[in-house]
Design a protein. Structure first.
Length: 345
């Protein structure tokens, strides 16, 4: 009996890790029903699992089940599951998609009243407050077809202003909302955002993927990391299916899936964040073994673990080259969480 209990203790964490990985892979591959199934199975084992709950919310959003997404996000906020402000931003984006602008206003007003926020984060919420108030005014001032036309015009103007913000969450919410507007109407806003210096590189990749999904075949100028790239949408590829990117993923899985599934989960997040940010550039050198070790080391450092380069890697690669790669990965993660100083280095 004791052996059976011991076996169960070992088995379930590994099963949870596999369900989370499969759910994330399905989400990235736009297989949203399969992703939702995986996340819900994970939550049957661990109802408080932060990534499982967040994955379920994101899957529901992509499936258009916005009321269910709203309810689950509210539960996460009420039960303090996951990072409060990250979940709150997603919750607000759902409310916006549901056109519940008065609710957006009341929620943001409560947050600003109850929390002492850093200046940059406070600015993000003030912009959302302004957006909610503006859209509430439009809803109450017009009706019928005139209301619909005024709604779209006002919403696009407000979303365009949100995209000028330095706050990543505002950019993300604006792009999410623009995806529901006719792509031809939104095209000028996309063009401007792709060329802006303060546009988050990962969110710019989201825009490119959306344009590809919508069948656009035009050429765009994309500014990333101080450089301008001319990109034809028809030449784009799915970063999650690119052979080299998948090879790095497999290297990490082979080394960490049994040894440390939690570190594997985080390492894969670090890798995809990096790939999304630098696209259409490719990581150099194109060596999956090299990058898998760099990603593992970066994930260790970000997790507060002692950074450990495997002995075989330290022999195969020059330590300085490996550390430079680790630093690039760390810089992208800092950018993702709002630190942009390395642009000026």
């Amino acid at each position: 009996m004791d052996n059976e209990k011991k076996d169960n203790v070992v088995m379930f964490p590994r099963l949870s890790a596999r369900l989370l990985e499969k759910g994330m892979d399905s989400l990235k591959a736009k297989q949203f029903k399969e992703a939702l199934t995986c996340f819900l199975q994970l939550l049957e084992q661990d109802p408080m699992h932060p990534q499982g709950n967040l994955g379920a919310v994101l899957s529901l959003i992509e499936l258009g089940q916005l009321q269910d997404a709203r309810e689950r996000a509210e539960q996460m906020l009420n039960k303090d599951i996951g990072d409060y402000f990250d979940v709150l931003q997603i919750y607000l984006s759902v409310l916006i998609q549901l056109s519940e602008y008065e609710k957006v206003v009341s929620v943001v007003e409560a947050v600003l009243e109850e929390h002492q926020l850093p200046a940059a984060q406070a600015e993000s919420f003030y912009q959302l407050l302004h957006f909610g108030r503006k859209m509430s005014e439009v809803d109450s001032a017009f009706d019928g077809s005139e209301a619909e036309e005024k709604d779209v015009t006002q919403e696009m103007a407000t979303l365009e202003n949100m995209l000028k913000s330095d706050e990543i969450h505002n950019q993300w919410i604006a792009i999410q909302q623009l995806s529901y507007i006719d792509v031809d109407l939104a095209l000028p806003i996309y063009r401007q955002f792709l060329q802006r210096e303060n546009g988050h590189p990962g969110i710019k990749t989201m825009v490119l993927n959306h344009l590809l999904f919508k069948g656009q075949n035009e050429t765009f100028i994309v500014h990333k990391f101080g450089k301008d790239f001319t990109i034809s949408i028809g030449d784009l590829y799915d970063v999650y299916e690119h052979a080299f990117n998948v090879a790095v993923k497999k290297e990490l899985e082979e080394r960490l899936s049994q040894q440390n599934p939690t570190l594997l989960e985080f390492a894969l997040t670090v890798w995809w964040d990096y790939i999304l940010a630098i696209y259409p550039q490719e990581p150099m050198p194109l060596d999956a073994y090299f990058w898998s070790h760099a990603v593992e080391a970066a994930a260790q450092q970000l997790s507060g673990m002692e950074q450990e380069i495997h002995s075989e890697a330290s022999v195969d690669f020059h330590p300085e080259a490996l550390q430079q790669a680790v630093q690039q990965l760390l810089d992208i993660e800092r950018l993702t969480f709002g630190t942009q100083d390395f642009f000026n280095n």
